[in-house]
Design a binder for this molecule. Structure first.
Ligand SMILES: [Zn+2]
Length: 392
């Protein structure tokens, strides 16, 4: 305890849930050293009521904290990040742009927050998102954050040889080992879902959850959260699920409840049981429903919180209920506010309520540990270690 996190070594799979307090930032180091940054945090104070303080402190914006965190962990020989994946187009995942967001020094004319801020400090070879190249599903996506992101992509494609792709559900070769795939045939990242399209479990086939968008009333249409990209990583017996801000109960309480908006259960069925999952939508009240949890049956849950109510009282009760799925489970929360601590009953049973949460899977995938790191400085000191857990 108190020592820095031991360095990653070849054969290990590291999954870092970085706590900036301002949104999701997940950094993966695959067994051969290939790297993936899924989301880059970046909600700003002005835009986020009930939000949590920036960690370690307010002296830098969240995207810069993420870049520095990642920079300390790049495997030997790596010059930058191999893959960036945008879970969906919200500011707490990609970096919100406001009037005083700083301009890039690259000459590209875009502003810096979240991903664009990370890219200012570390090269990123390839972006994958749910919208490229048209950004028009289910309707044209226009707002300052997405407009800025597209300016960034266009400029980087022309001047930095950036590769950009649309996330394709069903594939297991879109995000893959780039350095030494032959050494780790038991590793796979399977794209499960995005944009209402879910993997069938057969080959790379998908099926559509939503009827044609044109025929739907406004309250029957999916919101941005329900379009989030989801994937499963398998490494030997180990499985991990990450699904952005997917939800079950319709946030809008539609007057005509549309069953297809209950996207979590079919995505969970596409995944099957996992050892570790990132809770959907920061553990909010509308996510991590009963059928979803009953299918995933996680041994470890990581909640990436960024506001009061993360996790909410009802969602925490579901996550701890052995009537939904039997057996032990450990819950790690990156950040719990005083308001959440006093309203989410029973949260004292969580294994951790503050700090970066790192899942480290042993070579071959048979066992894993969970490290909780201090988030009030950049020393990467280990506050507690849990496990080893046996992969199932
Ligand atoms: Zn979010």
């Amino acid at each position: 305890m108190g020592e820095p996190l031991p360095a990653w070594s070849h054969g290990e799979l590291d999954i870092h849930h970085v706590n900036t307090g301002r949104g999701d930032a997940l950094f993966f180091v695959f067994p051969d050293g290939t790297t993936l940054l899924k989301d880059a945090s970046g909600k700003t104070v002005e835009q986020a009521p009930f939000s949590l303080p920036t960690r370690p402190d307010d002296s830098r914006p969240p995207g810069e904290w993420v870049a520095r965190y990642v920079g300390r962990l790049l495997p030997p020989g790596a010059e930058g990040i191999d893959y960036a994946l945008v879970s969906h187009f919200h500011g707490d995942h990609m970096g919100a742009i406001v009037a005083d967001s700083p301009l890039t020094t690259s000459g590209g004319g875009y502003r810096l927050s979240g991903f664009t801020q990370v890219a200012e400090l570390l090269p990123i070879a390839r972006f994958i998102d749910r919208g490229w190249p048209d950004y028009d599903y289910p309707a044209p996506i226009r707002n300052p954050t997405v407009d800025n992101y597209r300016r960034f992509l266009d400029w980087q494609v022309r001047h930095r040889d950036l590769q950009v792709e649309r996330f394709e559900p069903g594939r297991n070769d879109q995000i893959r080992l780039l350095r030494d795939p032959a050494a780790y045939p038991q590793f796979e990242l399977r794209n499960l879902y995005a944009n209402g399209s879910v993997w069938t479990g057969v080959g790379s086939e998908t099926r559509a959850l939503f009827p044609p968008i044109e025929g739907l009333a406004p309250d029957e249409r999916p919101t941005e959260n329900k379009l989030s990209t989801a994937f499963r990583i398998s490494y030997g017996r180990f499985d991990y699920f990450s699904g952005g801000d997917l939800s079950s109960i319709d946030e809008t309480i539609a007057s005509h409840p549309a069953p297809w908006l209950d996207v979590e259960p079919p995505v969970a069925r596409a995944s099957g049981p996992v050892d570790v999952m990132k809770a959907n939508h920061h553990g909010s009240w509308d996510a991590n429903g009963v059928p979803f949890l009953a299918t995933l049956r996680p041994r470890v849950i990581v909640v990436t919180s960024r506001a009061d109510g993360h996790p909410s009282v009802n969602t925490y009760r579901r996550m701890t209920s052995e009537r939904i799925w039997p057996g032990e489970r450990d819950i790690f929360i990156t950040n719990v506010s005083p308001a959440t601590a006093s309203t989410t009953y029973g949260i004292g049973s969580a294994s951790s309520t503050q700090g970066h949460v790192v899942v480290r899977v042993e070579r071959g995938g048979a066992r894993y540990r969970v490290y909780v790191l201090d988030d009030d400085n950049e020393d990467m000191r280990v506050r507690a270690v849990f496990g080893p857990y046996a992969s199932r």
